[in-house]
Design a protein around this ligand. Structure first.
Ligand SMILES: [Zn+2]
Length: 411
């Protein structure tokens, strides 16, 4: 048999199988590929939601860890300041104690000086008293025969001598009194000097006391800041475990959602295999480029989370199946626009391959269940769906998971 004949027979068998399928599909049209894709969309939305929740949980965990690190740093800084401050306060305390000793010594000196002043005053008073007594004696002398004594003065010489003696006594008393007075004034001056010095020391002490009060107030403030930091740290550390648990939980949910998408895609392909083919399709992996020519690759796989490769090409450029297979999806999708998905079967290792062609200019030329050969036209380049210009968005799914098509497709 020639290849052409085999192919023709295969076509007949397939179209019979297809007719059967179509009958079934008509009966369950609402639950056909359209619903299947809604389910895929739902699963992918679940997965994206789980991913967003995981990222939010990770973000929270990271922020909490940053809080801990930052708080610990600040706490260490505050404690260093506290230590320094304690040293300064202790230094000032020593100065105050030294000043207090000096003030006490000064007080002692003042007391002693006052005693000296008092003694001098007493001496002065005694001197005055003695002088007064002498004056009284002279007066008594005058009153009771002093005149007589005077009248007994026989000559001028005697009179003058008497006068001189009297004057001399007065002058001596006066001198002594003046000296005592001067000495006392000197002592008073010294005492005043001591008091001035004491006041100076007291002023210094007051200054040191003010410094100490200020530092103590700062220390109190720092203690408050440290308390707050301690609280923040305690809270953050308490949250750490819960946040880690949340991250694990979200990670598990995300993994599960990913697995569900993968499982669904595998199911989709295996269902297609079961529904549309009598025998498993064998995939040669000798893929061709889906476009005879294109301008350039406008977006690579993986760029900004891009799950396919974009070939920029003029509108209406034919899009060809990269390998033989069966059409498993023909859809109009808000993002893919008009698109076709082709299942290519399994390679020798049992790995499955499927390709997706998006943004076709109009409803695709093929229909679900149709067998296609490598190079068959599936549709034409356009810009339907989420697209800003004419291009083919090509995806490759290996065992249901999206992979870089350029690893297999020549370009
Ligand atoms: Zn794209």
């Amino acid at each position: 048999m020639t290849h052409r004949l085999i192919r023709a027979r295969l076509r007949r068998v397939l179209s019979f199988a297809l007719a059967l399928c179509m009958a079934v599909m008509l009966a369950v049209q609402a639950t056909g590929p359209a619903l299947a894709d809604e389910k895929q969309e739902q699963l992918e939305a679940n997965r994206d939601q789980a991913k967003a929740e995981l990222e939010a949980a990770q973000q929270q965990q990271q922020e909490n860890q940053e809080t801990i690190t930052l708080t610990e740093e600040q706490r260490a800084e505050v404690m260093e300041q506290q230590e320094q401050l304690e040293g300064e306060i202790a230094g000032i305390q020593q100065k105050i104690e030294a000043l207090n000793e000096q003030i006490a010594a000064k007080d002692q000196a003042i007391t002693e000086k006052q005693a000296e002043v008092d003694a001098k005053q007493a001496e002065f008073d005694a001197q005055i008293e003695a002088f007064k007594e002498r004056l009284l004696a002279v007066q008594r002398l005058n009153a009771s025969g002093g005149i007589e004594l005077l009248s007994n003065v026989s000559n001028m010489f005697q009179l003058l001598t008497y006068q001189r003696v009297m004057d001399s006594i007065a002058a001596q008393d006066q001198q002594i009194c003046t000296e005592l007075d001067t000495q006392k004034a000197q002592l008073e001056t010294e005492k005043a000097q001591l008091q001035t010095e004491k006041q100076e020391l007291e002023a210094q002490e007051a200054q040191q006391q003010a410094n100490q009060d200020e530092l103590t107030a700062t220390a109190t403030e720092l203690a408050g800041v440290k308390q707050q930091l301690d609280n923040t740290l305690t809270q953050a550390e308490a949250m750490e475990e819960a946040l880690a648990a949340a991250v694990s939980e979200k990670q598990a949910a995300f993994n599960k959602a990913c697995d569900e998408v993968d499982a669904y895609l595998r199911q989709l392909i295996s269902d297609a295999q079961g529904s549309f083919s009598e025998a498993p399709i064998s995939c040669s992996l000798n893929f061709i480029c889906p476009l005879d020519s294109y301008k350039y690759i406008s977006c690579q796989y993986g760029a900004g989370g891009h799950k396919g490769v974009d070939f920029a090409a003029p509108g209406n450029t034919p899009i060809r199946a990269v390998a033989s297979g069966q059409v498993i999806t023909v859809q109009n999708h808000y993002s893919y626009g008009n698109y076709v998905m082709v299942y290519h079967g399994t390679d020798d290792n049992g790995t499955t391959y499927a390709t997706l062609y998006a943004h076709m200019i109009r409803w695709p030329s093929v229909s679900v269940g149709q067998a296609v050969s490598q190079g068959d036209i599936l549709g034409y380049v356009g810009s339907t769906g989420n697209s800003t210009g004419n291009h083919l968005h090509l995806e490759l799914r290996v065992n249901g998971a999206r992979t870089n098509p350029l690893n297999y497709v020549p370009h």
